[in-house]
Each structure stands twice: as structure tokens, then as C-alpha cells.
Design a protein around this ligand. Structure first.
Ligand code: HEC
Ligand code: HEC
Length: 334
């Protein structure tokens, strides 16, 4: 009898522990795990992927979204500022497209409300792909393979910019990077991080980095001043959110960048002036929090930041349908 009761007590204790683990799927932390997106319209995603890689959406026939948001390199170009049409020096660092669907708005100053609104910009930007929407549509409409695919996805053979940006956005929404070591740790796998990485996370949290870098994307949730305690010195002309709102109080406010995959997305800051993660963490500590970290503390935070690298989007390079005789030809040197 006695044995039976003890056995029962153990069983109850186990199931209670079990139910706690289930109820709290993730630890109660200011950063939440990334969840892989559910693809509801695979045809649209596939079309968007092709457009993302298609250099024929640029005047030169040489630049695609992937030129500056290289998906083999964390969705960035790893340059201080991008190179656009005619080798033009871009004005600002290219943020990653990975997990950008999770941000409150797009661009450093948030001037595009969402991915669809953003996607039309670069095609017609003279400093980027330097095309016009009309010419881009003429190109796509002249390619039978594309026309068939637009018809299959949207039910109409008429290609327009609204469909183009909507397909690109559908593809970008799939560019989420779950299952990083940190996410595994958040959801209960204690061995996913070593002691130094956990110490780095504690320091990141306790010193106040999470006030701005929080949520599933570890950023992207707000616009914040660059240089809270100490001003940031930069030769870049970018004024931050005030460039878009015209309001003085928004001056030098930038969208807080996501720190997901930050190991891959060097160089850092809107002007790309921090070459390494160590430099970026040192600047953040001093300028945002008034705290000068030791080399060892910086090393710990960097070790933690590297645990935010998740599963990169894996897919076969899309095969693009060939141009037809009537497709307008690129003019790279005009
Ligand atoms: C010549 C380089 C270049 C090309 C080509 C380019 N981009 Fe960008 N992209 C940038 C830069 C630079 C920014 C940041 C601009 C800013 O914030 O003012 C950016 C910003 C973005 C953002 C916002 C990310 C964020 O976190 O705010 C998204 C999304 C994006 N681009 C997607 C695209 C898509 C889709 C295409 C193709 C249609 C494309 N880009 C083509 C350089 C480029
Ligand atoms: C007051 C809000 C705030 C706090 C606190 C803060 N950050 Fe930032 N962080 C930002 C903003 C805004 C940027 C973008 C600044 C820019 O590019 O000019 C940024 C950029 C970064 C970047 C570069 C990311 C990239 O892709 O360019 C890293 C790394 C970073 N922060 C880490 C940290 C760490 C580590 C801490 C704590 C020591 C911290 N941040 C504290 C707001 C904050």
C-alpha cells in the first residue's frame, strides 16, 4: 500500500513538472523564439523568389535584390554602404532582409510601412536599380514564362507593379531564421548555450540592451536615438527618422536593427562604420548606456550575439525564364 502511494506521488510530481514545461513553451525573457512561417501560397513565394533574383528588373541588367541582400551572406552585402547603378556609392548601410517581416516598419527611418510598400522602391531608385516601374513591367510582360506564372498565381496575365511587390513580399516573409542556439536555450535545451554565452546574455539583459533590442527579432520594434548618453559622430548625411517625419524630435532616431544573425551582417550601424561586433558592442555600451565594458565583458556579449544565428533560408537557386525577342534589352553603360 505504502509503495503504491509513493509511486502515485512521484507520478503526480512528474506530470506537474511536465505540465509546467509545456505551458511555458519558452522561458519568460524579453527575447522570444522565432517561429518558422507557414507558407500559404507556395506559387506566389516561388514567383517572388524569382523576382528577388532577377537582374532584369534593373536598368543595367546586372543588379537584383540579391546583389545587395545576398542570401548566401545573411541577406546583406557586407559593405559599409551599397554599390548601385553605375557603381554609385550608396548613402546608407543595407540592412538584412532576414526576419525583416517582423519589424514595425521598413528602412532605417521607417519610411515604408511594410515589405510590399518597400519592394517597389529599389527598382525605381536611381542610386540602386535605376529602372522605372513601367520598364520593369514591360520586361516581365514580354517574358512568356513570367506571364504564365503571374496568371497561375494572380489569375490574370496582366503584370503590374502591385503584383510584383506583393510576390516579392510573400517571398521575403519566408526569410525567417528559427532554431538558433539561443532559441533552443529559450525553449528549454540548457546545453544549447555554454556558460560564457549565458553570461553574455545576462550582461546584455542586465545592462539594459534589451530596452531597445527585444522581441523575437531582438530589435525592429521601435525607433531610438543613436547616441543617448554620448553623441554619435558620423560623416554620413543620414538624419534618421526626422528625414521622413520632418520632426526635430525624431532627429538621429533610427529603427533599432534586428540582432538576429548579426554575426553575418557586418559591418554595423547605419553608416557601416563599425567593422566588427566587438566595436559595435563597445559603442553601444558607451553611447546608449554610458557603460564602458571591459574586453572580457565585450567578449561575453559577442559570444551571446553569435548564438542568434539561426537556420538560414535553404532553397535551390531559382531558374529564371528566358527573355523573348521583344524583351527590352539592358543598358548598363548609358
Ligand atoms: C543597390 C543595393 C540595393 C538593392 C539593389 C536593393 N536594396 Fe534593399 N536596401 C538597400 C539599402 C541601402 C537599404 C537601406 C535604405 C534605407 O534604410 O534608407 C535597403 C533596405 C531594404 C529593406 C528594409 C530592411 C529594413 O530592415 O529596414 C528591405 C526589406 C529591402 N531593402 C528589400 C529589397 C528588395 C526586395 C530589393 C529588390 C526589389 C532590394 N531591397 C534591392 C540596398 C539595396
Ligand atoms: C536606446 C536604445 C538602444 C540600446 C539601449 C542599445 N541599442 Fe543597440 N542599437 C540601437 C540603435 C538605434 C541602433 C542603430 C544605430 C545606428 O545604426 O546608427 C543599434 C545598433 C546596434 C548594433 C548594430 C546592428 C547592425 O546591424 O548594425 C548592435 C550589434 C547593437 N546595437 C548591440 C547593442 C548592445 C550589445 C547593447 C547593450 C550594450 C545595445 N545595443 C543597446 C539602439 C539601442
Amino acid at each position: 500500500m505504502k509503495m503504491k502511494v509513493t509511486g502515485l506521488a512521484i507520478a503526480v510530481a512528474l506530470s506537474a513538472a511536465g505540465s509546467v514545461a509545456w505551458a511555458a513553451a519558452a522561458k519568460d525573457e524579453p527575447i522570444q523564439p522565432l517561429v518558422a512561417p507557414k507558407v500559404t501560397n507556395p506559387g506566389k513565394v516561388e514567383l517572388g523568389k524569382k523576382l528577388f533574383f532577377d537582374t532584369r528588373l534593373s536598368k543595367s541588367g546586372f543588379i537584383s535584390c540579391n546583389s545587395c541582400h545576398n542570401l548566401s551572406m545573411g541577406g546583406t552585402d557586407n559593405l559599409k554602404t551599397s554599390i548601385g547603378d553605375h557603381w554609385q556609392k550608396g548613402p546608407i548601410n543595407a540592412p538584412t532582409v532576414l526576419n525583416s517581416s517582423l519589424a514595425v516598419a521598413q528602412f532605417w527611418d521607417g519610411r515604408a510601412a511594410d515589405l510590399k510598400a518597400q519592394a517597389g522602391g529599389p527598382i525605381a531608385n536611381p542610386g540602386e536599380m535605376a529602372f522605372t516601374h513601367e520598364l520593369a513591367i514591360d520586361v516581365l510582360q514580354s517574358i512568356p514564362g513570367y506571364v504564365a506564372e503571374f496568371k497561375a498565381v494572380f489569375g490574370s496575365s496582366r503584370v503590374d507593379i502591385d503584383k510584383v511587390t506583393s510576390a516579392i513580399a510573400a517571398f521575403e516573409e519566408t526569410l525567417v531564421t528559427p532554431d538558433s542556439p539561443f532559441d533552443k536555450w529559450l525553449t528549454g535545451d540548457e546545453k544549447a548555450l555554454n556558460a560564457r554565452e549565458v553570461a553574455g546574455y545576462k550582461l546584455f539583459k542586465e545592462s539594459g540592451c534589451v530596452a531597445c533590442h527585444n522581441g523575437p527579432a531582438v530589435g525592429g520594434t521601435s525607433f531610438q536615438k543613436m547616441g543617448v548618453v554620448e553623441p554619435y559622430k558620423s560623416t554620413s548625411p543620414a538624419g534618421g527618422r526626422s528625414d521622413f517625419t520632418g520632426k526635430d524630435e525624431d532627429r538621429f532616431n533610427f529603427k533599432v536593427p534586428t540582432l538576429r544573425n548579426v554575426e553575418l551582417t557586418y559591418p554595423y550601424f547605419h553608416d557601416g562604420e563599425a567593422a566588427t561586433l566587438e566595436q559595435a558592442v563597445d559603442v553601444m555600451g558607451r553611447l546608449q548606456l554610458g557603460r564602458k565594458y571591459s574586453e572580457d565583458e565585450i567578449g561575453k556579449i559577442v559570444a551571446f550575439l553569435k548564438t542568434l544565428t539561426g537556420d538560414q533560408p535553404l532553397f535551390t537557386i531559382p531558374l529564371l525564364p528566358p527573355s523573348s525577342n521583344s524583351t527590352p534589352r539592358p543598358t548598363p553603360f548609358d
